[in-house]
Design a protein around this ligand. Sequence first.
Ligand code: SAM
Length: 192
Amino acid sequence: MQPVQCAEGIYVLRIGHRAWRDKRVTTHVALSSMALGASGIFLSGEEDPNLVQSVTRARDRWAPHFSVEYSRSWREVVGRARSMGCAVVHLTMYGVELRFLLDGLRALVGTRGILVIVGAEKVPREVYELADLNVAVTHLPHSEVAALAVFLHDLLGYGGSAARGSSILPQLRGKLSLPGAPRPPGSSGRSS
Ligand code: SAM
């Protein structure tokens, strides 16, 4: 089992995944984490090998440095993160608004590292109590994908975006990628 390496950066912990209902949203949580500069994701809740496989495949293709791990127990992941010195942040509309905490959170990213928790189903009260910080992205209920995207972008900025491994040639008009470009191991090599 990989250790949580929180010396710096941001790791995401997705809790409460329900295989029958959350496959798409949890995939989007993982892809957004990867694209917006998180160092890795822990998937927790119901075991869902197809989900882990598809996120790992995307990781292999687009962001080989990004870690992907399933753990049945989110408490175990939080315990490991704590033992590595990470700050534990929980995204919830009941928290303190992100804009008031940005300076402190940015300092944590560069020193201790952050484990940021996002929920799916009703989040156990225990999570609100054990988090070092409950952080709100507005006080209205919305989506874990949106909350996480704002959180990562506000803390990491454009520099956090994962461009490594991409064979895309940015175009203002049209669509172009390098068909023959070297790709990370595990990629299909297809350009679509
Ligand atoms: N029904 C669940 C509950 O009562 O706890 C929340 C479901 S919500 C769709 C899923 C997740 O999105 C939450 O656990 C939280 O992590 C995130 N989220 C939703 N709205 C948020 C907000 N305004 N600020 C921060 N995170 C939010």
